[in-house]
Design a protein around this ligand. Sequence first.
Ligand code: NAP
Length: 300
Amino acid sequence: MLDVVIIGSGPAGLSAAIYAKRANLDAVVLEKEYLGTGQIAYSSRVDNYPGLPGKDGYSLGEAFLEHAEGLGVTIEEAEVTAITKKEQSFVISCEDGKNIETKTVVYAAGCQNRRLGVPGEEKLLAKGVSFCAVCDGAFYKGKKAAVIGGGDTALDDALYLSDICEQVYLIHRRAEFRGAEKTKKKLEELSNVTILTNTRVQEIIGEDKVDGIILDNGGTIAVDGVFEAVGMIPNTELLKSLDVLDEKGYVIAGEDCSSSLAGLFVAGDVRTKSLRQVVTAVADGAVAIQSATGYIKGME
Ligand code: NAP
């Protein structure tokens, strides 16, 4: 029986792996993507991780992976298909038929950005299509950007980009915004922000970089960057039957990263929290292992 199975090898999972190794726990990391390091790999530049300004997300993820592997952490490429709670343990079932028994689980499977799903989006990912204004906004200094969405993320992103870009278009499919009225008011007062409501993006155009967007009213806008802020989807399908999720599908857990299910800990974007960043994900990984270690000691 293992001490801990860590599910996911993004920054939260790899940080948990490093802390598990240092705590001398019998641990394994399960990751479905070959050499995957989570969503961070898609960020063209991470400027807010202390000490490593300007690092691209792929390299940062790789550095986390190398650090964990250098300590001898076992990382297996495996897709988890079920997590079954037993009295004093969990059984983790994988697609290849393998079952692993463990005292604790650190669930760090992350989130995925909801995507617009329009033509041009896939081709221009990281070539002008971004899901993170704080990560990638600096590339659009003095340029034109479109932000898509009507929630707090879209409003905050538009405000953030308005300080950097020459022109920002905020495009929302309805007339009413979900995000804070106060932010919307601020945006309305800015001369370099144009708000388009009841408008959908139909296509993102460009070959090797974004050149513009085509709207459902037939209009075309020339932009250099498209920031999609149309919500997140937590990867928590596996936990649905365990009664640990909030109404949006995030695992309910406080700063100690303990879920309501004994032995199940959660780290990173998949946890209920206010700031989803690499720096908070790696912090969670460390804390989740500390909590798991305390739990295991309590079992003995
Ligand atoms: P969100 O609140 O779920 O908003 C997503 C937005 O995307 C909605 O306006 C939605 O439109 C739009 N949308 C969804 N699918 C779309 C599609 N296919 N095409 C076009 N538009 C689409 O997500 P979020 O803004 O990321 O916020 C998530 C949570 O974090 C919220 O609870 C938010 O309050 C919180 N948050 C808070 C702050 C803050 O306090 N400063 C900052 C960021 C996030 P409809 O409105 O038409 O559904």
